[in-house]
Design a protein around this ligand. Sequence first.
Ligand code: HGY
Ligand code: MN
Ligand code: MN
Length: 389
Amino acid sequence: MPGGGCYRALYSPAWSAASELVAAWLKEAGLLVRRDAVGNVWGRVEGSRGGRAIVTGSHIDTVRGGGALDGALGVVAAVEAVASLVASYGRPTRILECVAICEEEGSRFNTNLWGARAIADRIEPGEVERVRDGDGTSLADAMRAVGLDPAGVAGAVRRDIDAFLELHIEQGPILDEQGPRLGVVTAIAGTAHLEVTVRGQPDHAGAMAMTRRRDALLGASAMALAIAEVAVRMGHPAVATVGTIVVEPAQVNVVPGVARFVIDARHSDPAARADLVNEVTNACKVIARERGLDVDVRAVRDRPPVRLDPRIAEVLRRACAAAGVAPRDMTSGAGHDAQVLAAAAHAGMLFVPSIGGRSHCPDEATAAEDVILGARALATALRELSYQS
Ligand code: HGY
Ligand code: MN
Ligand code: MN
């Protein structure tokens, strides 16, 4: 991508190339390969005793200007772990699968966690036709363009998964700066997206006195600062971010009449997240009143916080210990496929350090020895679950 970094948007050529590459790896490993109704790519080995499946994987899409590891690490480690377990120990007793989940980030379409929600039967009625990308292409048309049938989305639902394990980079600085080299995730923060529309009045940038303006962008800017201060006051793990803003009419010699931005507000505790949402909403209303502006705050997305499965966390802790690491229990500020799949399976996550805590950027990096350590621990956990005597 210009400016560096990766961009694999759902159903784009880069996404198709990556999906085909994973399918080739899975085939090479001798697994049963299939693409499901929304484009998740599965590799499967039948268990000698059948039963509900043990699944590992992560997402194959990226943010714009993303790093090389977010999602991809969990996909590659899943393929490697399953392939090496089968090569070393033969047929498992349980069905063992790895999955490249088609979309998690919400980068192209105005929805996210698409692949995991399709597996967990959490697709909203009419979503596939309603949701569009920035060019106005519907999710349905984008599916058709890669040979998928939008009418068949329900075919991706799985009701036979016992456990889902996801290896992921931490995307924050805790493991890298405080250690140890592995983390076991106990809960994933909930994310609320609030669309804020600030209305003032457009005026001539040269002729209207400063004291008489109702500048929507100045109001939105004061709100963005106040929103960040609310999260700082609440303290970790509360976070609130304004990552996008649109101004109208967006002309250099016109005082902005309208400013529209989205707040991404997160917390791992449901009650605290509700407080955070209320306080950032109130901050916008107070500033609008003070500046003679109109403001509308509308909830546009709500992904509640999720606690992960304690039994799977114990399996992951034992696997870390076998790798020589006593892992840190931690919550995830980032959202993940596991938070959706926790509705359909016993879900667990393993973190490896992000150097400098950087992620969602070209500088995203993890030391090779930590990648190996994480993949080894993942394989050990999968072996405990899939080769039970
Ligand atoms: O936004 C998130 O936390 C994830 O990276 N999609
Ligand atoms: Mn991400
Ligand atoms: Mn991710």
